[in-house]
Design a protein around this ligand. Structure first.
Ligand code: ZN
Length: 314
């Protein structure tokens, strides 16, 4: 299924805050396309819901609800998109959803479905073939399936043959367990991988010196949501896609000032969004949205009001 078919096929869902689990393989695989010679597949850990007010920060509901309708509890439909890049020699996974370590209470709040293993299977991607996992940051909804929780309480790597990559600053921030965001950092998602040596911790200096994780896949810092938020660039044969993560979580967040209440430094997010558009728009990048269940990818242009807007969904 390509992105255009995906969009057409789900257009009738647009505007509905329905977050029932997908019930067919076509819904489990959110989009599929090529970036140059690379195959790009968008898998999902399933739809989930978060408070619309938190997702749009200081933006009045009367404005955001036109783009993201809220349910009776003010929650909006979101996605948990994992990008899978097959370069020809490597299989790279970007983000691993919420995973299966949520408490029953948190599962009820978020209505999440733990679907990434089924989604990968529907796309024909085995956990064993994954060579690289990249976490743009270590919030619980981006690295949950890094590891799998078993009934006996043990935790094992979900992708046994993979090298995992995250920013060292994210780990250090999570370990501070600050009042503001300690609930977002669940150490079983990364500490076992750090202890076993399976996770490489990147530094800002190291990324500046060599941003490439594998040939054609590189990372770049876009601080604001967290201090070390990384985007992932995917480049092949002059084609360019970018997984922009929580800098721009959904296609409804393209307006530079519509930043999330979760962002630790909203002024940096606004500045970094503008910096992103300076390249993404003229170079016609394919932008991959981490939390947009219905529009997982889009090309961005400028509308008649001079604002960034979706111009194509493939
Ligand atoms: Zn986040």
């Amino acid at each position: 299924m390509d992105a255009a078919q995906h969009t057409a096929g789900t257009a009738t869902n647009k505007g509905s805050p329905d977050s029932r689990p997908p019930d067919s393989a076509s819904q489990l695989v959110r989009a599929r396309t090529h970036v140059g010679d690379f195959e790009l597949t968008i898998c999902t850990d399933g739809p989930y819901r978060l408070d619309g007010g938190a997702m749009f920060g200081v933006v009045p509901k009367i404005l955001w609800q036109k783009r993201a309708p809220a349910d009776e509890d003010n929650r909006i439909l979101l996605g948990l998109n994992t990008a899978v890049v097959r370069t020809g020699s490597q299989t790279v996974l970007i983000e691993t959803g919420i995973g299966n370590k949520q408490s029953e209470k948190m599962r009820q709040i978020h209505c999440n479905h733990e679907l990434l293993p089924a989604s990968l299977a529907a796309a024909g991607i085995s956990p064993q073939e994954v060579d690289v996992v990249i976490n743009t940051h270590l919030h619980f909804d981006h690295c949950g399936w890094n590891t799998t929780l078993h009934p006996d309480g043990s935790v094992t790597p979900t992708f046994p043959n993979a090298r995992y990559f995250a920013h060292r600053g994210e780990v250090e921030h999570g370990r501070l367990q600050l009042d503001r965001d300690r609930v977002s950092y669940l150490s079983p998602n990364y500490d076992p991988l750090i202890e076993s040596g399976q996770m490489t911790l990147l530094t800002t200096e190291g990324i500046r010196a060599n941003p490439e994780i594998v040939p054609g896949v590189s990372v770049e810092l876009f601080p604001g949501h967290t201090a070390q938020l990384m985007a992932v660039h995917i480049q092949s044969c002059s084609q360019h896609a970018c997984y922009i993560s929580d800098l721009i979580p959904t296609a409804a967040h393209l307006e530079p000032t519509w930043v999330m209440g979760y962002d630790l430094d909203p002024l940096s997010s606004i500045r970094e969004r503008k910096r992103f558009y300076q390249r993404a728009i003229p170079e016609n990048w394919l932008v991959l949205f981490t939390h947009d269940h219905l529009t997982p990818m889009a090309r961005i242009g400028v509308n008649e009001k001079g604002k960034p807007a979706v111009i194509a969904t493939e």
